[in-house]
Write a protein that binds this ligand. Structure first.
Ligand code: UD1
Length: 332
């Protein structure tokens, strides 16, 4: 299929482009490079031998977005482009709603205008909010107890997509709810390279390991979990990327929703000790206060994706850490 990947130079987008090309699909990328670099294209080319055509366009610009759709014949869109820093979204709610929700609306308009009928959307487990549950399944309520505008944008876009696909004849949408993506492509050329100060656990661990941040603060060791730290469903980014291929190849009319997770939680302490074991280096760590909005533990019920898409994770947290270290070795 000829697929447009929005946000295709970013972390998850670029890994998905690699897997799409490896599966024989034709990929074009639309990105405004606000949190990624054009060098991602070199890396994708180095790994796959194919350089995706690139459109440097901001989805907030409807005219330019439409031009891209009018000049190409896409069969499907995978939509990653969006702002994703939770803390920043609390500081700048309007930017998040304008960029994420506004961008998604422009994208859907351009798809409607040019008759593109397949969409995969990059959503997040954050849409489940806080329900006191631990294992989340797709049929559970969403949009209750979300603590930040970033999470709300994901929830709102899901709703917009459901309404849009109901109103459009022959439209297929698949919403993928990611748990905690970590790791890097096994080639060592492609990984997570966020601009600025990272918030998520693994990018912080990476910077501490490289000496760019003096120490890792663990946000709370007094949770009601076995070791007192939070537990998350960490998923290797390559498994996650492959989930998109499985979704693309199993689309049907209407909207489908799938969790992409492993179903197995790992605690923050466990991640750190695995990182130390595999790297052979001790990380400077201190225990800090709980971070506002953090849930003690949650993971995916991944059964639906297994049953309907034939997809399940093949890699684990140790693989993700090994691939992350391999990627760090190649960074200058
Ligand atoms: C976060 C977002 C979620 C988003 C996801 C993207 C919040 C509340 N949630 O999930 O909406 O979809 O990222 O991947 O921000 N930790 C530390 N020290 C650090 C960084 C993290 O101890 O320096 C801990 C956190 O407290 C948490 C765990 O590591 O327990 C994972 O944190 P993180 O990687 O930020 O992911 P989530 O908070 O699960």
């Amino acid at each position: 299929m000829k697929v447009l990947v929005t946000g295709g130079t970013g972390y998850i987008g670029s890994h998905t482009c690699v897997e799409l090309i490896k599966s024989g699909h034709t990929v074009e990328i639309l990105d405004n490079l606000s949190n990624s670099k054009e060098e991602s294209l070199d890396k994708i080319e180095k790994i796959t031998g194919t350089r995706p055509k690139f459109h440097k366009v901001d989805l907030k610009d409807y005219e330019k977005t439409l031009e891209v759709f009018e000049s190409e014949n896409f069969e499907a869109v995978i939509h990653f482009a969006g702002l994703k820093a939770v803390g920043e979204s609390v500081e700048k709610p309007l930017e998040y709603y304008e960029n994420n929700v506004g961008g998604a609306i422009n994208l859907l308009r351009a798809m409607r205008e040019t008759g593109v009928k397949k969409l995969i959307f990059s959503s997040s487990a954050t849409v489940y909010g806080d329900q006191g549950a631990k294992a989340y399944s797709e049929e559970m309520t969403t949009g209750v107890g979300i603590t930040n505008p970033y999470g709300w944008t994901k929830s709102m876009i899901e709703q917009i997509i459901r309404d849009f696909s109901r109103a459009q004849k022959d439209f297929s949408a698949t919403i993928l709810r990611y748990f905690n993506p970590i790791g890097a492509d096994k080639s060592g050329f492609l990984g997570e390279d966020p601009n600025g100060i990272p918030n998520n656990l693994m990018p912080v661990v990476m910077k501490v390991y490289r000496g760019e941040i003096p120490e890792l603060t663990i946000f709370g060791d007094d949770y009601e979990t076995e070791d007192g730290s939070c537990r998350r469903d960490f998923i290797h980014v390559t498994d996650l990327a492959k989930g998109h291929i499985a979704a693309l190849e199993n689309m049907e009319n209407g909207t489908k929703v799938y969790n992409l997770g492993s179903g197995k939680p790992t605690s923050v302490f466990e991640v750190i000790s695995l990182f130390e074991k595999i790297s052979g280096e001790k990380l400077p760590v201190r225990i800090g206060k709980r971070r506002a909005g953090d849930l003690s533990e949650f993971w995916a019920n991944p059964e639906l994706a297994k049953k309907e898409l034939g997809w399940e994770t093949e890699l684990d947290v140790e693989d993700a850490i090994r691939d992350t270290l391999n990627y760090l070795k190649n960074l200058s």
